[in-house]
Design a protein around this ligand. Structure first.
Ligand SMILES: NC(=O)c1ccc[n+]([C@@H]2O[C@H](COP(=O)([O-])OP(=O)(O)OC[C@H]3O[C@@H](n4cnc5c(N)ncnc54)[C@H](OP(=O)(O)O)[C@@H]3O)[C@@H](O)[C@H]2O)c1
Length: 289
């Protein structure tokens, strides 16, 4: 099978190229910056092409470009998409790219895919992947993709693009926001190195989160913050909750704090069966320290 990866010179594009080559597929990659594209092609041992050439030759087209260039790419390749082709996108948001694919591609079968992992992942095994079909034809394709991915050990979820984006506003959006604000706060203190040296497991968990977010691409993370639906409401709720807890501390209300924390624990115990593994999970996360 011939696969064209639009944006194959980028981080996720290169990751998927390696994965597809291991699966015995033929891959051609594209990118804007020619020296970068040629270097990626050489490193991966795959041919490079323009977006149009790549789409013309492919059975499957994978769009792996940032959200802000998605429409430009869709417009350019649209006239060359054929009826028998499959076109998938890897964007971390789903509503807008899926809507753009429907708007511009009147041939072929499309499918929105979000690999909920970064280019540091070793394989798809144990990774979460969301598929967002919007009609029967796409649901059939999603069913086939699910079987393939589950065979490789991935955890696959199927939902609408809108559901995906709402959940991701919290799962990614809020988590990134907390990590970024925590980094900004931690750097306001002297003795940062000492903190790392003597910090216990909770600090290690926090710092692992901070490191993993701050080392990522700022453009991508800014794109996500600006585009997740309802992210402003999610972050406003977080700020209001922060204020409530800070007020309890400011008022030296030890009883109130403990009571409220106990209520949180009871709620989590009821809603999350894995809650009791908290310590085990924390040590697993901080193994690398
Ligand atoms: N990184 C992650 O952790 C992650 C995880 C899951 C999903 N995703 C999604 O995967 C997609 C790619 O992310 P990434 O991290 O791989 O970004 P990236 O490293 O910046 O790569 C983006 C690629 O798109 C290319 N590109 C941009 N505009 C193009 C155009 N008009 N024609 C051809 N190629 C074009 C870029 O080429 P130039 O560099 O030459 O401009 C580059 O090769 C994004 O939609 C992102 O939301 C990322």
């Amino acid at each position: 099978m011939k696969v064209a990866i639009i944006g194959g010179s980028g981080k996720m594009g290169q990751w998927f190229t390696r994965h597809l080559l291991e699966e015995g597929m033929e891959v051609v990659i594209t990118g804007r910056n020619q020296p970068k594209l040629l270097a990626a092609g050489k490193k991966l041992g795959v041919p490079t092409a323009t977006n149009i050439e790549a789409v013309k030759k492919a059975d499957v087209v994978v769009i792996s470009v940032p959200l802000d260039t998605f429409e430009t790419v869709a417009k350019v390749i649209a006239p060359y998409v054929r009826e028998e082709q499959v076109i998938v996108d890897l964007t971390s948001l789903k509503t807008k790219p899926v809507e753009l694919m429907h708007r511009y591609f009147n041939k072929g079968t499309i499918l929105g895919i979000h690999p909920v992992f970064g280019p540091g992942a070793k394989s798809v095994s144990n990774q979460n992947i969301v598929l967002t079909p919007t009609n029967e034809e796409e649901a059939v394709l999603a069913g086939r993709a699910r079987l393939y991915l589950e065979e490789k050990g991935a955890n696959v979820s199927i939902m609408t693009p809108q559901q995906h984006d709402q959940i991701m506003a919290v799962v990614l959006g809020l988590a990134h926001f907390i990590a970024i604000v925590s980094a900004d706060t931690l750097l306001g203190f002297q003795q940062f190195e000492q903190m790392k040296k003597i910090g216990g497991t909770t600090f290690k968990v926090l710092y692992t989160l901070v490191e993993s977010v701050i080392s990522e691409d700022p453009e991508l993370y800014a794109d996500l913050q600006m585009n997740f639906p309802h992210i402003k409401e999610v972050e406003a709720l977080f700020l209001a909750k922060t204020q409530t807890w800070a007020d309890i501390v400011k008022n030296d209300d030890k009883q109130g704090f403990a009571k409220k924390m106990k209520v949180l624990r009871e709620k989590l115990e009821k809603t999350d069966p894995a809650f009791h593994n908290a310590y085990e999970n924390m040590y697993r996360i901080t193994d690398k320290f």
